[in-house]
Design a protein around this ligand. Structure first.
Ligand SMILES: C[S@@+](CC[C@H](N)C(=O)[O-])C[C@H]1O[C@@H](n2cnc3c(N)ncnc32)[C@H](O)[C@@H]1O
Length: 279
């Protein structure tokens, strides 16, 4: 069996790129962690390719901004498998760690991946960044830490993204709010048993966060699907949210979102995380 078959690579996928990304060693081997990462990124790339096919054709091609890019495995593999042959379009990597941005910039130059740029800024600041165009077609965020996924959503809304493809990571903000008002909640409702134990506080916090994100996207004019990315990781980090812009803002979703915030004592988050909700 060839290396490409063993690794379940996509047709045309570059082994040299995988070596440059240190997913493969120089002699073409792979460790268990890298195998998982590659499987996951390749799987996500398939979803993103599908949505890229749906972006209306333009002279300059599709634009994609990846938030919390890290080493930019996703961006590089997407470029290798889609943008390179397309000959147009641009990928922007948004990442707070300057050293990763420098490395990715150098690697893109070395590989001749000219239509890739990397910005050392936070997802929250990205929508103000002059280096980014006013409109972005596709927003991605693969395990962007904590609220960086919310910032990616805010960015997508600002840029009127046609698609957002999100795989949320750990999430602490909602859990912290639940924790803070736990005693009050337990006195008020038996439902607070759902988050009485610390582990449940964290898990419910994560679950609620993603539910609220989906409702927010629907309220702001997106159709949302939620599936599993690939059955390998901890399930809470394996949720794939794909949002497609319809432009039809759903008041019913906004009402539900507000009702859930109220029920869980999270009303304080509306202005911060869910601005611009329809009445
Ligand atoms: C878990 S890693 C995921 C990296 C990459 N997407 C992947 O899946 O391999 C999360 C990355 O998000 C970056 N990050 C964390 N908070 C951020 C923020 N607010 N804005 C931009 N990047 C952020 C971290 O520095 C880290 O590189």
């Amino acid at each position: 069996m060839s290396v490409a078959e063993q690794l379940d690579l996509k047709p045309g996928q570059s082994l040299e790129l995988l070596k440059e990304l240190h997913i493969l060693t120089r002699d073409g081997r792979i460790n268990q962690d890298s195998r998982r990462k590659l499987k996951q990124v390749n799987h996500l790339v398939q979803f993103i390719e599908k949505v890229l096919h749906e972006v209306p054709e333009s002279a300059s091609g599709p634009t994609l901004a990846d938030h919390g890019a890290g080493k930019s495995y996703l961006g590089f593999i997407l470029y290798d498998l889609y943008f390179k042959a397309l000959g147009k379009g641009h990928i922007y990597g948004i990442e707070t760690r300057a050293e990763l941005v420098e490395k990715s910039t150098a690697l893109a130059r070395k590989l001749g991946f000219d239509r890739m740029s990397f910005l050392a800024i936070s997802a929250a600041d990205a929508s103000q960044a002059e280096a980014l165009p006013a409109q972005i077609d596709v927003v991605t965020a693969l395990h962007a830490c904590d609220t960086a996924t919310d910032d990616a959503i805010a960015f997508g809304l600002r840029k009127q993204a046609k698609f957002m493809v999100l795989v949320p990571c750990c999430q602490a903000e909602v859990a912290a709010c639940l924790r803070q008002d736990k005693a009050l909640a337990l006195a008020r409702t038996p439902l607070a048993e759902l988050w009485r134990h610390p582990l449940h506080t964290r898990e419910l916090g994560s679950q609620l966060t993603n539910v609220l994100r989906c409702l927010y996207l629907e309220a702001m004019g997106y159709q949302v699907t939620v599936t599993e990315l690939v059955g390998w990781e901890h399930s809470l980090k394996n949720e794939l949210i794909v949002a497609r812009r319809t432009g039809q803002r759903k008041r019913s979703a906004a009402a539900r979102l507000r009702a859930i915030l109220a029920e869980f004592g999270l009303g304080g988050l509306e202005a911060l995380r869910y601005p611009g909700l329809p009445d």
